[in-house]
Every structure is written in structure tokens, then in C-alpha cells.
Design a protein around this ligand. Structure first.
Ligand code: FPP
Length: 255
């Protein structure tokens, strides 16, 4: 994975010294779950959990940059989340703007580039503009890529890719025969085109499922599940996940 290279020398030195983490996942994806339960346990409205989840998000970003992860993909809003009450959806739609308002200066200082996967076209204008502005401002940063999945659903992503592929084929925009279509060509039609697949997928709150997140891309990812609810997520939890990852033997179907 070519874009790991700039970080390797720095990492090698640091981890040789610490003697602990020798194998840092290049791409970490997180399903940030448990905001509602966190709030309920405290007798707060669900949105208080999302608000606290925003702070946990920044703790995760800080930890990922500290350990020199190349890409951090966070599941912020799924295509299924529209089923929630309008007031909760409205709150969730305001969070990217609020998060970026507070933390964009720190992200810039950390040389983080911001990007998104998912269908932004159907988001409220204020959400789209906040995200667009952050992408634009950070586009030349060459540190960690912070990738928010917003209005993202993996099955829809795959159907969208198939549609576009058929269109391109019909319009002679793609110079291959159907029989030669391979995984590499297909994956170029996904939102994640150009990204490496997640090496490590973390899900908080004790749930152990993918919930329509990066189905294609997680084919060979290592999974780490923790009972910690997202608003309680800390650098220590991230570190635990990295430690656990050290033990994994990735064989990709080989021996
Ligand atoms: C899942 O918890 C969480 C979400 C659907 C929203 C994720 C949003 C954040 C973590 C806030 C930060 C976002 C940004 C853009 C900075 P849930 O509500 O499903 O929790 P529950 O399963 O306990 O009900």
C-alpha cells in the first residue's frame, strides 16, 4: 500500500522503542455505536448521547493520528438512520457542522485531510456546505485521511456501482469485455475508490454485526468488538484494539 510509506520510518522508530505495537493497521474503520444507550442510562434524551459521541469522535481522531493510522473511516449516518424521529435526524444532521466548527482548526494543525463516502446530495444544505468547506480547506493536507461515512449504506453503494458500470459499458466509457470484469475494476465504482480496504474494523457497544457498513471492503478485515459505548470511547480503548490486532494472523484465505 503505497501511501503507508511516508509514515513507516517514523513508526518503525517509535515502535521499536516502545517494543509493543509493531503492526499498525493502515486503515481503521469504526462503527460508533451506543450513543442512545449511553444517554438513556443517565436519564438524558438520546441526542445528549450523540453530542457526547461527538467528543468521543475527536478522541478517536487524536488516537488514530497519534498511532499513525493512514485512514480512519467513521460511520456517522447510515441510509437506514432516516427511519429515526425527525428531531433526532435533524440533530444528527447538525453534528458534522458543529464538529467541524469546533475541531477543523485542530484537524488542520494535525495535517488531517477530510473526505466523505455516501450520498451527500440528499443531505440538508447546511450539512453539505460544512462538509464541502472542510474538504476544500483540508484537500492539500497529506497526513491522516479522516473519512466520514454520511448517508452511507453498503448495499446501495454496490447497486449504484453496478448501475454506473452498466452505463459506462453501454456508452463505451469502459474498455473491457464483460468476461474480463474483475474485482479491481469493480471496486473503482465504489465510494471507496482509491482507498485501501480497512485492516481493522472496530464496533462499540457490544453489538457484533456490520449493519450495512463496507460489506465489500471488509471482506478480509479484522474485527474488534468492545462493550464500551461510543461516548465513553477513549484513546485507551483504541490502544486495546491495536494491541489485539497485533495477535491477528492475516492469511487472506491462504495458509
Ligand atoms: C449510533 O448510536 C450512532 C449514530 C447513529 C450516530 C453517530 C454519530 C456520532 C458518533 C456523533 C459524531 C458525529 C460526527 C459527524 C462528528 P445509536 O444512536 O444507534 O445508539 P444506540 O444503539 O445505543 O441507540
Amino acid at each position: 500500500m503505497s501511501f503507508r510509506l511516508p509514515f513507516l520510518r517514523k513508526r518503525e522508530k517509535e515502535f521499536q522503542e516502545s517494543g509493543k505495537l509493531k503492526n499498525i493497521p493502515s486503515h481503521v474503520a469504526i462503527i460508533m455505536d451506543g450513543n442512545g444507550r449511553w444517554a438513556k442510562r443517565r436519564g438524558f434524551p438520546r441526542v445528549a448521547g450523540h453530542k457526547e459521541g461527538m467528543e468521543a469522535t475527536q478522541r478517536a481522531v487524536r488516537a488514530a493520528t497519534k498511532y499513525h493510522v493512514d485512514t480512519l473511516t467513521l460511520f456517522a449516518f447510515s441510509t437506514e438512520n432516516w427511519k429515526r424521529p425527525t428531531s433526532e435526524v435533524d440533530f444528527l444532521m447538525r453534528l458534522p457542522k458543529e464538529y467541524l466548527h469546533i475541531y477543523l482548526p485542530e484537524l488542520m494543525e494535525k495535517n488531517v485531510r477530510i473526505d466523505t463516502i455516501g450520498d451527500l446530495a440528499h443531505l440538508p444544505k447546511h450539512t453539505r456546505e460544512a462538509v464541502k468547506n472542510a474538504k476544500e480547506q483540508s484537500k492539500d493536507n497529506d497526513g491522516m485521511l479522516l473519512n466520514f461515512a454520511i448517508n452511507y449504506g453498503s448495499r446501495l453503494e454496490i447497486v449504484r456501482a453496478v448501475k454506473q458500470l452498466i452505463k459506462d459499458y453501454k456508452d463505451n466509457q469502459i474498455a473491457i469485455k464483460i468476461d474480463d470484469l474483475d474485482e479491481e475494476t469493480f471496486s473503482k465504482y465504489l465510494y471507496t475508490n482509491g482507498l485501501s480496504d480497512p485492516d481493522l474494523l472496530i464496533r462499540t457497544s457490544g453489538e457484533q454485526r456490520l449493519s450495512n457498513f463496507l460489506l465489500w471492503q471488509c471482506a478480509y478485515s479484522e474485527f474488534y468488538f468492545t462493550d464500551v459505548l461510543w461516548p465513553d470511547f477513549t484513546e485507551e480503548v483504541f490502544y486495546e484494539a491495536l494491541l489485539d490486532y497485533q495477535k491477528r494472523k492475516r492469511r487472506y484465505g491462504g495458509i
